[in-house]
Design a protein around this ligand. Structure first.
Ligand code: SF4
Length: 338
């Protein structure tokens, strides 16, 4: 279901744009009916009010909680959520009041180190299903203040729905725009659309290597933009939006952790408006990569920072649930215990 479908239904009941906003705010922010100076009961058209409980129940019913897996840090948890057609997505409650949402079931990019891409794209997640993940997360954490689009799927391959969700979350959802993070492998259509968007999110760019040929192997169906062009496009967006880019780097033992990559990172990222998030790979059954030693990862991050590229090594808090996107879904699909 799309947010635009919800708006159309409300309009057909006599709602004007202000009514639509209030109804959507009521849903996304879990507000009581009598919140604010004008309680909804006395302000909404009667026909809208009559339909409201059913509509909210329908929106909440877009997802069902199949299983919940708390992280070792006591703050994070990975949720496996069922969609109405029997498909599943993963949503992750992150430490420090964040949530990571999925924008697709499966993914067409097929990154070699990711379980989500193994079966390709199965279906798009509608904008209302994306927002429903945030609503569910907010019911578990009323302090929620950040939404990252880094779960299953490549947001630029479901661009209209992701931007619709971002617009709603930024306008009616109570989120600061810079706390909405659009994560992409890099796509010209996404760069162009974000530049024009009313609600401009922060941007995370999955770089993973500075070598174009290696990137084509690791991210086989990502658009063929060179690492240099990707960083140029991301940097231009950062300067236009005012939010630094988060360059994402899944650290794979013996693959992208050598001295030539470190030189490449310094060449590409020094002086850019952004920071490098280095995330040691979480070993996953069936994937041919190893997690590098933590101390080694720490010294790589320290070296890069000393050479002028602000590098953050993601600490272990929540990493057991943050890493390995797609593993719960894969295990459930194979009938394994999760
Ligand atoms: Fe898709 Fe992201 Fe997985 Fe790559 S890492 S296959 S873009 S979900």
């Amino acid at each position: 279901m799309l947010i635009s479908d919800v708006r159309q239904r409300l309009r057909a009941l006599g709602a004007n744009p202000a009514h639509e906003s209030r109804v959507l705010r009521h849903w996304v922010q879990n507000l009581p009916l009598d919140a604010g100076k004008q309680p909804l009961q006395s302000w909404l058209p009667k026909a809208v009010m009559a339909e409201l409980p059913g509509l909210i129940a329908e929106l909440d019913g877009l997802l069902s909680l199949r299983s919940e897996h708390p992280g070792g840090d006591g703050q994070s948890a990975r949720l496996l959520l069922g969609l109405n057609d029997g498909q599943t997505v993963e949503t992750v409650l992150l430490p420090r009041d964040g949530v990571c949402v999925s924008s697709q079931v499966g993914c067409a990019v097929g990154c070699a180190f990711c379980m989500t891409g193994v079966d390709g794209l199965i279906r798009q997640v509608g904008s209302a299903e994306i927002v429903a993940q945030v609503v569910l997360a907010r019911r578990k954490n009323a302090q929620l203040k950040k939404v990252v689009f880094m779960g299953m799927g490549e947001p630029s391959h479901n661009l209209a729905s992701v931007l619709e969700a971002i617009t709603l979350l930024g306008r009616e959802g109570g989120f600061a725009h810079k706390q909405l993070v659009f994560s992409t492998v890099g796509d010209e259509r996404a760069f162009a659309a974000l530049k024009e968007a009313d609600v401009k999110p922060a941007l995370a760019l999955s770089l993973h290597t500075t070598d174009a040929a290696k990137r084509a192997e690791l991210l086989p169906r990502a658009p063929r933009l060179s690492p240099e062009d990707l960083v140029d496009a991301a940097d231009a967006y950062a300067r236009a939006s005012g939010y630094p880019i988060q360059y994402q780097w899944t650290l794979l033992d013996g693959v992208n952790d050598g001295p030539e990559e470190m030189d490449g990172i310094v060449r590409l990222l020094k002086g850019r408006y952004g920071l490098l998030n280095m995330i040691p790979f979480n070993t996953a059954e069936g994937l041919p990569f190893r997690r590098p030693d933590w101390e080694r990862a720490r010294s790589i991050a320290a070296e890069l920072s000393a050479r002028g590229v602000l590098t953050k090594l993601r600490d272990s808090a929540g990493q057991d649930v943050e890493g390995g996107c797609g593993q719960l879904r894969a295990r459930e699909a194979k009938g394994r215990p999760i």
